[in-house]
Design a protein around this ligand. Structure first.
Ligand code: ZN
Length: 317
């Protein structure tokens, strides 16, 4: 199996996870979880989103959260959807802007309330603001592998958005399977085509597990050459109205699998499991992550000689 020595993990639980909850998680609790993530070795964190607090009240504390984040040794990223958001994020001191555009017209209008053409036009104002302030822009393409409104999304539509980011100087583009519609074949094809077509650009896969294919998609992406993945502690993320719906790939599940394959993630498995268990306490419901329930691949744990990792794990269950 041809696997790389190491990959990058972008932790998105503070943004994609907390945004998916019905209620607001207090800023102190968010910072506590981020602190545990950093202690576990997470280096790149999508901490929040600078969008209208009316649209996403769960992230209304974006500026305060950003001002209280640790500043050393981590990349502090924030999602934005327009120039106003980018300006607010830059003023709050982010290191990285994640500018999101959907690959389908219907999803872009539903998600950010404007046309794709308008979103692309916004880039002409956003890139200079970022550059003047030494902030990196990471492009993010939502519904890149399928759209709940449109169905299939032509690869050419995704490719032209990558081109818009790439020619303005984005060093990195996130390909998001927003509602878990990808399969390994689609991932393999797109990753290989884009790595070849956009040399020097880092492609990050953001994979949701709505149909149980996220880990298979990650493996397909890894073998096709992707070297960066978005993950969320405990697999948090998904639909605000369905608390137990499958969300993102769980960080600790990805760390477990990749480290066992000899691929370095820079993250300590036991510490990230403890962080996931702590997140479960903060949100108050069972998270979909698997390794936080089963424990690492240690004989003593599997034989039941060591204590459970998750409060809900029961011997013999
Ligand atoms: Zn997501």
């Amino acid at each position: 199996m041809h696997t790389p020595d190491k990959i990058d993990i972008r932790e998105v639980s503070p943004r994609d996870g907390f945004q998916s909850l019905a209620g607001f998680i207090p800023t102190d609790h968010k910072l506590h979880i981020i602190d545990l993530l950093v202690r576990a070795g997470v280096k790149e964190i999508e901490a929040t989103s600078f969008v209208s607090p009316k649209a996403v009240p769960q992230l209304k504390d974006a500026a305060e959260l950003m001002s209280r984040l640790p500043r050393q040794d981590i990349v502090r990223a924030a999602l934005v959807a327009n120039l106003r958001g980018a300006q607010d994020a830059v003023a709050a001191g982010v290191d990285q802007l994640v500018m999101v555009i959907s690959a389908s017209e219907a999803h872009n209008r539903a998600n950010v309330r404007c046309s794709i053409a308008q979103s692309v036009k916004n880039l002409d104002a956003i890139f200079p603001v970022a550059r003047e302030n030494g902030v990196v822009v990471n492009g993010a393409i939502a519904v890149a592998f399928g759209c709940p409104y449109q169905g299939d999304v032509p690869e050419g539509d995704v490719s032209s958005l990558v081109q818009e980011f790439y020619e303005r100087g984005a060093s990195s583009v996130i390909l998001a399977d927003t509602t878990g519609m990808a399969s390994p074949r689609r991932i393999d094809g797109m990753v290989r085509t884009f790595i070849h077509g956009f040399p020097g650009c880092r492609f990050t896969l953001h994979l949701h597990n709505n149909r149980g294919t996220a880990m298979a998609n990650l493996l397909a992406g890894l073998l096709a050459g992707a070297r960066s993945f978005d993950t969320a502690l405990g697999g948090i993320g998904g639909c605000p109205n369905v608390p137990l719906a499958a969300g993102n790939l769980a960080t600790e599940d990805v760390v477990f699998m990749l480290e066992d394959m000899g691929v370095e993630t820079g993250i300590d498995l036991e510490k990230i499991i403890q962080a996931a268990v702590e997140l479960e306490k903060v949100v108050g419901f069972t998270l979909p992550g698997q390794v936080m329930k089963s424990g690492p691949r240690l004989a003593r744990v599997m034989a039941g000689l060591e204590p459970c990792y998750s409060s809900r794990r029961r011997a013999g269950r």
